[in-house]
Write a protein that binds this ligand. Structure first.
Ligand code: RUQ
Ligand code: CUA
Length: 615
C-alpha cells in the first residue's frame, strides 16, 4: 500500500516536473513561486475514489454557463447550464427550461454568488448575473437552474451583480451601461451626461424558497458601475460599487474615461432605501419603483477612489472597504467607521446630481502599494488579504491593519479575479486560492487559436504563497466562489413522492396517446430499457405534448429522448418528469432513442414517431 502511494506520488511528481507548471514553454525548471514539485503534486493529488475538499463554482462568461470543479484536484466535475442551451443535459429543449431562457440563447455570466446566512455560505443556492439584465438561481440541492429573473426594467449591462447581502435578503446589481430610462426612450448621445442614467437595483429573494422578485431601483449619474460587494457585520446594511467613467464621457472611453485621478465607490444604505420605498417614496419608471437620490437624500454617498477602480471588497469583519484602482499601483482601504463619521459630519466636497461626495482624506485608512493594476481582493482567515494584479500578472499578499505587503507570486498570465476558499465571507477558510487568468500563454498542448483559459491553484496555508497547479477551463473565467464540500448535500435522485407534475405516470400501463382535437398528449415512461410507448402515431399539423417520466429511483440512471429531425433532445433524471411540446409539421417516420447510456440494452431503448401526412 505504502509502496503504491510512493510510486503514485513519484509519477505525479514526474508528470508535474515534465509539465513544469509555471515555467515558460518547454522549460523543465521549477519557476519562481512554484512549490517544490513533489510537494505540489502531493497536495493536489486526489487518489482514485477520494473526494475533493472544496467545490469551485466558476463563471463561464459568455458561454452562459457555470463550471463546477473539485479543489485541490481542479478536476472539472460538472457544467451547470444557466443562460445557454446545453444538449448534454437537455437544458433549453424542454418546455420549462425553454420558457425560462425566454428566447435568448446566450448570456454573459460574470459573478456567481453563493447564498449566505449571517455572512457565511449556507450551501442553499447560487445566484449568477449576466449582462442582459438577468439574474439566475441555481438550486444546490440538485445543481439545476431553477429561475432566471429578468431582463429587468431600466437595466442595461448587468455587470455589477449578483452580489448577495449577508442573509440573502437581496441580490444586488448595478449597471455597466447607462441608457435613457425607461428602455425605449430616445436621447441623443451628446445628451449622455444629463439624460442617460445608471441604475443600482435590488432583487428581492424569498428567504424560504430563494425565489427572486422585483425589489427597487436607484437612479444614478451615467457612470459605468463595475464591481460590488455587500457590507457585513459592522457594515451590514450597506452595499458598495466601484465605477469608472465618472467623467460621463462617450466615445473612446479608454481615453475619455481616464481623465480624472479619482472615480468613485458608491456606498448605498440599502436598508434606508428599503424604508424609503416602504414609505411610498420613489417614482415608477418602466414598471418599477425608482429612487432619485436627489429627491430622497441619505441613501447614496460617493467615496472618491483612484483611478478607474475595478474591484471593491469588504473585509471579513466588515470594517474595511478595499477599492482597487486598476490604473494605479495601490489599492485603497476605506474605513467604514470613518465613512459613517464623515456622513454624520457632512464632510462633503461636492456632489454628483445631488449625491454627496465624501472627503477622501477623512475616510481612507491606507493606500497599500500592492503593485500595478490591482483588480480584486480576497481574504484569508488570518488577517491577510490577497489582491490580483493584472498589469504585474501576480498576486500580492498583504496584512490588514499594518498594510504591509508581505509576499507576491507571479501568475501565468494576466490575472483577473481571484478566489480564496470562502474568501469573501465573514469567515474565510484559507488554504486554497485560485487565480483566474485572462490569458493562458501556451502552457498547454496547442489547440489552435481559440485557447483555453487558465486557472492556477495557489497554496496560501503558509507564509509564502506557493503555486500548486495549472488548470485550463472553458471561457471565460470571470469570478468564482469556493465552498467547503461538507456544506453541500445534493440529492442524487428526485424522490417519486415529491414529483408533483400532473403528467407524471409511474406505470407503463398508463403510458400512451390521448387526443383532444389537434392536440395530442403522450405520456411516456422511461425505464431500463424501454421507452413506452415504443411507437407514437400522430397526424401532420398536430400539436404534440410529450411528457416523459423517468421512473427509476437509482443513482445515475438517466434516460434521454432524442427525436431525430425534430431538434428535440430531452434528458430526464431519475424520478423526474419533463415535458416538450412541438408541432408535428413534418410527415414521415422519425426514430427516437435514449441518449444516455443506461444499461447493456441501452441501444435497444428506441421507438418511432409516426406522423401521418395530410395528403
Ligand atoms: S470583472 S477581472 Cu467582469 Cu468581475 Cu474583474
Ligand atoms: Cu435509457 Cu439508455
Amino acid at each position: 500500500m505504502k509502496k503504491a502511494v510512493i510510486i503514485l506520488v513519484g509519477i505525479a511528481a514526474a508528470v508535474a516536473f515534465y509539465c513544469a507548471p509555471s515555467a515558460p514553454k518547454g522549460s523543465r525548471k521549477a519557476p519562481t513561486g512554484a512549490s517544490d514539485l513533489a510537494v505540489a503534486a502531493q497536495k493536489t493529488y486526489v487518489a482514485p475514489g477520494d473526494l475533493d475538499e472544496v467545490y469551485l463554482f466558476s463563471s463561464g462568461g459568455h458561454s452562459g454557463q457555470i463550471y463546477v470543479y473539485g479543489v485541490p484536484s481542479m478536476r472539472h466535475l460538472s457544467t451547470i447550464p444557466v443562460y445557454t442551451p446545453y444538449p448534454a443535459t437537455g437544458y433549453g429543449f424542454d418546455d420549462e427550461t425553454r420558457a425560462m431562457l425566454g428566447g435568448l440563447t446566450w448570456g454573459d455570466v460574470h459573478h456567481p454568488a453563493l447564498s449566505e446566512t449571517n455572512g457565511e455560505y449556507d450551501g442553499r443556492w447560487l445566484f449568477v448575473n449576466e449582462m442582459n439584465g438577468r439574474v439566475a438561481r441555481v438550486d444546490l440541492k440538485d445543481f439545476k437552474t431553477r429561475q432566471i429573473f429578468g431582463p429587468m426594467p431600466n437595466i442595461s449591462g448587468n455587470h455589477g451583480s449578483a452580489f448577495v447581502t449577508p442573509n440573502t435578503e437581496y441580490s444586488m446589481l448595478a449597471t455597466r451601461f447607462s441608457i435613457p430610462i425607461p428602455k425605449g426612450k430616445y436621447a441623443a448621445i451628446d445628451k449622455y451626461a444629463s439624460d442617460y442614467k445608471g441604475i443600482i437595483a435590488a432583487v428581492k429573494i424569498d428567504p424560504k424558497t430563494g425565489t427572486m422578485s422585483q425589489g427597487f431601483e436607484i437612479m444614478t449619474p451615467p457612470f459605468d458601475w463595475d464591481l460590488g460587494d455587500a457590507g457585513k457585520k459592522v457594515s451590514d446594511g450597506w452595499m458598495f460599487w466601484t465605477c469608472y467613467n465618472s467623467e460621463r464621457a462617450t466615445g473612446k472611453l479608454e481615453v475619455t474615461a481616464s481623465q480624472r485621478d479619482r472615480d468613485y465607490i458608491a456606498a448605498v444604505d440599502w436598508r434606508a432605501a428599503e424604508k424609503a420605498i416602504a414609505e411610498g417614496k420613489g417614482d415608477v419608471i418602466g414598471g418599477v419603483k425608482v429612487i432619485d437620490p436627489k429627491k430622497v437624500p441619505g441613501i447614496v454617498y460617493l467615496l472618491p477612489c483612484g483611478k478607474s477602480p475595478h474591484g471593491v471588497d469588504v473585509s471579513p469583519d466588515g470594517k474595511y472597504i478595499v477599492g482597487s484602482g486598476k490604473l494605479q499601483g495601490v489599492t485603497t482601504v476605506f474605513n467604514f467607521e470613518k465613512v459613517q463619521t464623515a456622513i454624520r459630519n457632512k464632510d462633503f466636497t461636492g456632489d454628483e446630481d445631488g449625491i454627496p461626495v465624501l472627503k477622501y482624506e477623512n475616510i481612507k485608512d491606507a493606500e497599500v502599494p500592492v503593485g500595478l493594476g490591482p483588480l480584486h481582493t480576497q481574504f484569508g482567515p488570518d488577517g491577510y488579504a490577497y489582491t490580483s494584479l493584472f498589469v504585474d500578472s501576480a498576486i500580492a499578499k498583504w496584512k490588514l491593519g499594518t498594510w504591509e505587503v508581505v509576499d507576491k507570486i507571479p501568475m501565468s498570465y494576466s490575472i483577473g479575479h481571484l478566489c480564496a476558499a470562502e474568501g469573501d465571507t465573514v469567515s474565510p477558510k484559507g488554504k486554497y486560492l485560485i487565480g483566474l487568468n485572462k490569458l493562458s500563454h501556451g502552457r498547454h498542448l496547442s489547440v489552435g487559436p481559440s485557447q483555453p483559459e487558465s486557472s492556477q491553484l495557489v497554496d496560501i496555508s503558509e507564509e509564502k504563497m506557493k503555486l500548486l497547479y495549472d488548470a485550463f477551463t472553458e471561457p471565460e473565467p470571470h469570478n468564482a466562489q469556493m465552498i467547503e464540500a461538507k456544506k453541500l448535500h445534493p440529492i442524487e435522485v428526485y424522490p417519486k413522492e415529491e414529483n408533483k407534475n400532473p403528467l407524471a405516470i409511474w406505470d407503463v400501463k398508463d403510458a400512451g396517446v390521448t387526443r383532444n382535437g389537434p392536440n395530442v398528449t403522450v405520456k411516456v415512461v422511461l425505464v431500463r430499457s424501454t421507452i413506452t410507448p415504443t411507437a407514437i402515431e400522430v397526424n401532420q399539423g398536430d400539436t404534440v405534448k410529450i411528457a416523459m417520466t423517468n421512473i427509476e429511483q437509482t443513482t445515475d440512471e438517466l434516460h434521454g429522448f432524442g427525436l431525430l429531425d425534430y431538434n428535440i433532445n430531452i434528458v430526464v433524471d431519475p424520478g423526474e418528469t419533463k415535458v416538450v411540446t412541438f408541432k408535428a409539421d413534418k410527415p414521415g417516420v422519425f426514430p427516437y432513442y435514449c441518449t444516455n447510456f443506461c444499461s447493456a440494452l441501452h441501444q435497444e431503448m428506441q421507438g418511432y414517431l409516426i406522423v401521418k401526412g395530410k395528403g
